[in-house]
Write a protein that binds this ligand. Structure first.
Ligand code: HEC
Ligand code: HEC
Ligand code: HEC
Length: 422
């Protein structure tokens, strides 16, 4: 059976391989001369933050960019490569052309296709001058000799040539093409969101290989961790078409806005990447995000019918809230700006899928660590203090108090999250 699958894949691969033009020959691929090398490196350092290269290419407590970061995905575990300029274990022998092949075409130095766990389907939007600046910056780092172990990718996905087939079907290299009907600021925001920001790498539905299959920025589950990254094109989820530009920019760079807070993986994106954006770039992203068209008409979540049983359950939830949550989140769920998020009117609380809210209460969490807020306030974990039924009740309560509307949370849902079942 395995042999048949592989043979079919190889046949498809050869056929498709013949049809594709060799990479590196399109108009996007031309390099331009650089006048000021130091300025180019500084520019590259900024872009590396905007792309959060360090976030994935640094092991926990390890040397920056030396790789070794463990990345769990639905097809197995990746151990990220060393991208410092060490000649043996890093990319010291690479040319700017090799780097461009990786970032733009998703091809390794030896021509092998790379897995989209490296978000090149987004980075392909990056222009050649920006890619060259990124490369110049990485080459200016101190080389770190660190050989990282190979990852553990499951069959059949560990058969790398299969990627040729998927790429031929789903991956189209191409730098960002400005929309002439929009102004420069909007285009700058679109370039950053679609390219280096790789927002769509999390905020969409993906197939097991990690290739985007859903609507762009339409929301999706992070398969490895069971967090749900909400749709950025729906006001019911994470859409911002009725927000003030300043509030969006503030959420991106501080993780806090009047009715939202970045938590979990999004808090990491803010700490590692978005807080370093120049104010004009954060604003450009906000302008673009605000302009995204709504994909679904707004409707309030499915509120439970107020039967006597439901009423009793919500009142039990209210008692738990008074005892354990009110001191921080406030009597009316109003929170305290820049310290404790509001729960009233917070879409993170009322999302159709309660998984993020369940995770917050079970495991607690911190907002992003930023220069402005080096010691963010924490949410204590309640996994040891409250039983599944109690957590379900308090969550059902906050999803239906103060004008919020959301389905009731069940103890079984809390139990699954506690056990890490997705
Ligand atoms: C979400 C995690 C993630 C982010 C963010 C990320 N990478 Fe990677 N990168 C990977 C993984 C995983 C691989 C290995 C892919 C493979 O084995 O096919 C990789 C591979 C690479 C390679 C190929 C290295 C080699 O030895 O073949 C380069 C170059 C690279 N990344 C550069 C970058 C740059 C530059 C950025 C920022 C703009 C970046 N990466 C951001 C996960 C990431
Ligand atoms: C590593 C995965 C990941 C990446 C990359 C990512 N996000 Fe998120 N994002 C999430 C998750 C998970 C959540 C849900 C948790 C939360 O609400 O903070 C989220 C939440 C959000 C929210 C809603 C916040 C709220 O509570 O209302 C916005 C807005 C958002 N992301 C914007 C972005 C933008 C813009 C980018 C690109 C610059 C981006 N995200 C990149 C995972 C990601
Ligand atoms: C000591 C103060 C404190 C207490 C007590 C507390 N919280 Fe929190 N809570 C926070 C902070 C701070 C955050 C933001 C953490 C983060 O961003 O990960 C938060 C985040 C949350 C979130 C996620 C909000 C979002 O935007 O995604 C939910 C849901 C939540 N708390 C519910 C509760 C419930 C229910 C209780 C009681 C069982 C409770 N909290 C008790 C401080 C607290």
């Amino acid at each position: 059976m395995k042999a048949i699958v592989l043979a079919a894949a190889l046949a498809a691969l050869l056929g498709i391989g013949l049809l594709r033009p060799p990479p590196g020959s399109g108009p996007d691929d031309a390099a331009a001369p650089v006048a000021d090398a130091a300025a180019q490196r500084r520019h590259g350092a900024y872009l590396a933050r905007a792309g959060n290269c360090m976030g994935c290419h640094t092991a926990h407590g390890g040397e920056p960019y030396a790789g070794g970061h463990v990345l769990e995905t639905s097809i197995g575990t990746f151990i990220t490569p060393n991208i410092t300029p060490d000649p043996d274990t890093g990319i010291g022998e690479w040319s700017a052309e090799d780097f461009w092949q990786a970032l733009h075409h998703g091809q390794g130095r030896d021509g092998r296709p790379l897995y989209p766990a490296f978000p090149y389907p987004d980075y392909t939007r990056v222009t050649r001058p920006d890619a060259d600046a990124l490369f110049a910056y990485l080459q200016s780092l101190a080389p770190v000799a660190q050989r990282n172990p190979p990852g553990r990718i499951r069959f059949p996905f560990n058969f790398r040539p299969l990627l040729h087939v998927w790429r031929a079907l789903y991956f189209e290299p191409g730098t960002y093409v400005p929309d002439a009907s929009r102004d420069e600021e909007w285009n700058r925001g679109a370039y950053l969101v679609q390219g280096l920001g790789h927002c769509n790498a999390c905020h969409t539905t993906r197939n097991p290989l990690g290739i985007s299959q859903g609507d762009v920025l339409g929301g999706g589950r992070l398969m490895e961790s069971n967090w749900y990254a909400p749709s950025l094109t729906s006001l019911q989820e994470g859409g911002m078409s009725d927000w003030a530009i300043e509030d969006i920019a503030r959420l991106l760079t501080t993780g806090m806005a009047p009715r939202a807070a970045a938590t979990g993986p999004m808090a990491a994106v803010v700490s590692q990447s978005l807080q370093h954006l120049r104010p004009e770039d954060a604003r450009a992203m906000a302008v673009y995000l605000r302009s995204l068209p709504e994909t679904a008409p707004y409707s309030r979540g499915p509120a439970p019918g107020l039967t006597g049983d439901v009423d009793r359950l919500l009142r039990q939830g209210e008692d738990i809230y008074e005892a354990h949550c009110r001191e921080c989140h406030g009597a009316a769920g109003q929170g305290m700006l820049n310290a404790y998020p509001a729960l009233a009117g917070n879409r993170g609380v009322t999302l159709a899928s309660p998984t993020n809210a369940i995770r917050s209460v079970l495991f607690g969490g911190y907002g992003p660590v930023t220069e402005r807020q080096p010691r963010p306030y924490g949410m204590p974990p309640f996994a040891q203090h409250l039983r599944d039924e109690e957590i379900a009740r308090v969550l059902s309560y906050i999803r239906n108090a103060w004008g919020n509307r959301g389905s009731l949370v069940t103890a079984a849902q809390v139990d699954r999250s506690r056990k890490g079942i997705h």
